[in-house]
Design a binder for this molecule. Structure first.
Ligand code: NAD
Length: 489
């Protein structure tokens, strides 16, 4: 059986678009108020419901009503629902990819990659649901025994960004449901349609009413604050910018909520003289241009050693200038639009600021004046280390290259940021790569590769890039609470 929302007849390509509602307690509540814009054209794709504070509290009611049954549902049964959800996403991969591409703008090839990555979180956590471990120990004093049970933490508010509308949702829903928690998902207002489509597939997979609720809103602070201060809610899992993350941490502190925070990045990409040039360029293109640069793991600062610098700059400029730019859904397009006109303005301000400080543009350097929100793939070198662009998450198709001489210089420059999410190292000397890796203040390090995201790996950052990890065997621990029993046996 297929869901109507995902059949080609009901495609969001057509102007007869679905005004989607809020998904609360297994019911769809129609509404309007939030236009969803196709960033490739600037046209409105759909108008969706705008949740009120009352809606938010009804979602907490629904998550609460479903909680007892869900936490006591056998892990095997929860696992099988997640596995079916994975299967349905896989069956509908192409429609989901189109939907993501339409509302986010990313190239279809990127959207297909995202759907596959996103679905894998359901498969992975279907496998993990049945392996939540406990603990049994003897107290060193001999006085008692220590039994530790891992219980579902409780109702979780999941807040996701627009740049990976499917994967950021499944990376949270998967472990939450596997652990036995019920959730309220608040997707970004720019890309809610993917979240609605996922919810429909979830219902078809057998997720009981109230276990997953979805709220779209144009007033995120009002809605999320109401949820966070409800004493029935025990968890906040947020992915988004560091700035909003700080505000949410302050809000969550009022109820002393458990928080998992996946925040912004400013990834260094370090290329040593002894790197394989072609491989480094290939990795650089992936690390920079996946999602047209709109990724938290995107290489933001390229540090290239003197001996290989000029060849690297020329090679990257040549590759970047050859990319096909256009609407995400168009065949062969490799670089889609940015999410909004505000994003274009920010990127251009950073680029022009660097140029004013002496940066040299080798290709690109300007927005495209056509319809939609496009920016030319850009390569700059001679960027001053103190330029605003070096300290700011660019979130666009702009590669800034900085020359360095010694290993220590590269490490010092790479660590000179409040962020610590991802870093890349290219060197054929693995001992050196590991030595440098140990000194980088980063939660994730890719060695001689441009992609690190993997559902089986712990994803997350240090410093102001976040708290906690998603994915892997540790991801589920964010949604359980250890309960200790002292036993006199
Ligand atoms: P954002 O912080 O503006 O928004 C993220 C989410 O928070 C959205 O759902 C938004 O509606 C909501 N939000 C915004 N203001 C809020 C408020 N005051 N109270 C409650 N909720 C609020 O981020 P964005 O622009 O959607 O996404 C881009 C950012 O996300 C980048 O900084 C990127 O690095 C980061 N990101 C991080 C990861 C990671 O895993 N570390 C992954 C993807 C994106």
């Amino acid at each position: 059986m297929t869901t109507d929302i995902l059949t080609p007849e009901a495609s969001y390509d057509t102007p007869a678009l679905h005004a989607e509602g809020l998904y609360i307690g297994g019911h769809w509540q129609a509404g309007t108020g939030i236009p969803v814009v196709n960033p490739s054209t600037g046209e409105t794709l759909a108008e969706i419901a705008d949740a009120s504070v009352e809606d938010a509290l009804r979602a907490v009611d629904a998550a609460d009503e479903a909680a007892t049954e869900w936490r006591t549902t056998p892990a095997r049964q929860r696992a099988e629902i997640l596995r079916r959800w994975f299967q349905l996403m896989t069956e509908h991969a192409e429609e989901l990819a189109r939907l993501i591409s339409l509302e986010n703008g990313k190239a279809l090839s990127d959207a297909r990659g995202e759907v596959s990555y996103a679905a894998e979180f359901f498969r992975w956590y279907a496998e993990e649901a049945v392996r939540i471990a406990g603990e049994f120990r003897h107290s060193p004093s001999g006085a008692n025994r220590i039994l530790v049970d891992h219980e579902p933490i409780g109702i979780a508010l999941l807040i996701t960004p627009w740049n990976f509308p499917a994967a950021m949702a499944t990376r949270k829903i998967g472990p939450a449901l596997a652990a036995g928690c019920t959730v309220i998902l608040k997707p970004a207002a720019e890309t809610p349609l993917t979240a609605f489509a996922l919810a429909r597939l979830g219902a078809e997979a057998g997720v009981p009413p109230g276990v997953v609720n979805v709220l779209s809103t144009s007033r995120p602070a009002d809605i999320t604050n109401a949820i966070l201060t409800d004493p029935r809610v025990r968890k906040l899992s947020f992915t988004g910018s560091t700035n909003v993350g700080r505000q949410l941490l302050a809000e969550a502190a009022k109820s002393v909520l458990s928080c998992s925070m996946e925040l912004g990045g400013n990834a260094p990409f370090i290329v040593f003289d002894d790197a394989d040039l072609d491989s480094a360029l290939e990795g650089a293109m992936i690390a920079k241009m996946r999602n047209a640069g709109e990724a938290c793991t995107a290489a933001n600062r390229f540090y290239v050693q003197s001996g290989i610098h000029d060849q690297f700059v020329a090679g990257l400029a040549q590759r970047m200038s050859a990319l096909k730019i256009g609407p995400g859904t168009e065949a062969g397009v490799q670089v889609g639009p940015m999410i909004s006109s505000a994003a274009i303005e920010k990127i251009d301000r950073l680029v022009q600021g660097a140029v004013a400080q002496g940066a040299r543009v080798h290709t690109g350097g300007r927005p495209l004046p056509d319809v939609g929100y496009f920016y030319q793939p850009t390569v700059m070198d001679n960027v001053p280390m103190d330029a605003e662009i070096a300290a700011t998450e660019i979130f666009g198709p702009v590669a800034c290259i900085y020359r360095f001489e010694s290993e220590q210089d590269a490490i010092t420059a790479a660590n000179n940021t409040e962020y610590g999410l991802a870093a890349y190292i290219y060197s054929q000397d693995l001992t050196r790569a590991m030595r440098v890796g140990k000194q980088l203040e980063s939660g994730m390090i890719a060695i001689n590769r441009g992609l690190m995201s993997d559902p089986a790996a712990p994803f997350g950052g240090v410093k102001q890039s976040g708290i906690g990890r998603e994915g892997g065997v540790t991801g589920i621990l964010e949604f359980v609470e250890p309960k200790y029993y002292a036993l006199s046996i």
